[in-house]
Design a protein around this ligand. Structure first.
Ligand SMILES: [Zn+2]
Ligand SMILES: [Zn+2]
Length: 358
């Protein structure tokens, strides 16, 4: 008589020094990943498998299960010499599948098989989290694009977009479209071109184009106008194009705008607000979209200057372009006193002078 090295039971029937019960408990048939991602096309129900789009059979839930099964087996370590049965049961989240909503599913996998023919068949069960996402496969996207397209034209009123603005907009749109793509297969850029002083973004859907336009309106104080036309026919169906014209304000970072006879130097525009320096008072201020609705940039120049003295809020300066002496009154006495010999900038707008720290 021998005995099992795990439980100590005396038996003649040992497999790798274990009794049958202990062998089954300690020899997994399969080791599955804890989580898998499934990507499925909502139109043709093909699913992505090893870089290809595969077509299954049956209804949408069966195809999701088929995709999960294929992917799970591909990503598992299989120790079984033979698998006799493999079944999946969706424990949670399954109700979202027929609605084509992205979902996190809890799936139970049942595997029957053997690792040693003398032991015979036994089963293993594992729970796996499945992240289900819907994305158009390339062929369905092509059909979709054939029907509709939308162009978002981004320009600024009365000026060209600066390189800095273009870069910033491109970065924020990349983030926005990337986030949308998680749940919306149409959130893809078909084409991106830089036009004279602006940018054009071509998309396969009006809805996505509108989300982008609304974002730019809210974030950068743009105005939005939509135009719509039928641009042709594709396989008997009308092909339409929506053009959404997004106009950024006529001012941007570094400009001075006049609001209620006060001058503001714009430091930043984001989140629908203008962050500026109130030039007369020398303090930062936040302006809302409504405050700047009718604002336009005004011409100015920056002249280096040197502080000669400050007494009772009156600052004496020497311009370093023509060495003329100018006197300014500080509007806000809370601003720290200037030191003699300090370098500052003098902002010259038409008939007014402002002092800003260099
Ligand atoms: Zn045992
Ligand atoms: Zn498809």
């Amino acid at each position: 008589m021998d005995f099992c090295i795990i439980c100590g039971r005396k038996t003649d029937e040992l497999y790798d020094n274990m009794c049958r019960d202990c062998y089954i408990k300690n020899r997994a048939l399969i080791e599955m990943p804890r989580e898998v991602d499934i990507i499925m096309c909502p139109v043709c129900l093909a699913y992505r498998y090893r870089g290809k789009w595969m077509r299954g059979e049956g209804g949408v839930t069966e195809r999701v299960k088929e995709a999960i099964g294929k992917l799970l087996l591909a990503k598992s370590n299989i120790y079984a010499k033979a698998i006799k049965d493999f079944q999946l049961q969706i424990l949670r989240g399954g109700e979202r599948i027929p609605e084509f909503k992205s979902a996190t599913l809890l799936v139970k996998a049942y595997v029957l098989g053997y690792t040693d023919p003398r032991v015979g068949n036994y089963s293993n069960e594992c729970e796996v989290i499945v992240h289900l996402k819907w994305k158009y496969c390339p062929s369905c996207l092509k059909v979709k694009i054939g029907k509709e397209e939308a162009v978002v034209q981004i320009r600024a009123t009365g000026r060209k977009l600066s390189e800095r603005e273009k870069e910033r907009i491109a970065n924020s749109l990349e983030r926005l479209i990337g986030e949308m793509y998680q749940t919306d297969p149409e959130a893809v850029v078909l084409d991106y071109t830089e036009e004279e002083g602006g940018m054009d973004i071509k998309l396969p859907s009006k809805r996505v184009a509108r989300v982008i336009a609304t974002y730019l309106q809210r974030e950068y104080l743009a105005t939005v106008k939509e135009t719509f036309k039928v641009v042709g026919r594709d396989k008997g169906r009308e092909k339409t194009r929506e053009t959404i014209s997004v106009r950024l304000p006529n001012f941007t970072m570094g400009d001075i705008i006049e609001v209620n006879e006060r001058h503001f130097l714009i430091k930043d525009i984001r989140g629908g607000k203008v962050y500026a320096l109130d030039l007369a008072r020398g303090i930062p201020i936040t302006l809302k979209g409504n405050d700047v609705k009718r604002a336009s940039p005004i011409a100015y120049e920056t002249v280096p200057a040197m502080v000669i003295s400050e007494n009772n809020g009156y600052v004496m300066l020497m311009r370093l372009d023509d060495y003329k002496i100018v006197e300014l009154k500080k509007e806000d006495m809370r601003i720290a006193k200037l030191k003699e010999g300090e370098s500052v900038d003098l902002i010259v707008t038409g008939n007014r002078l402002y002092l800003v720290k260099s």
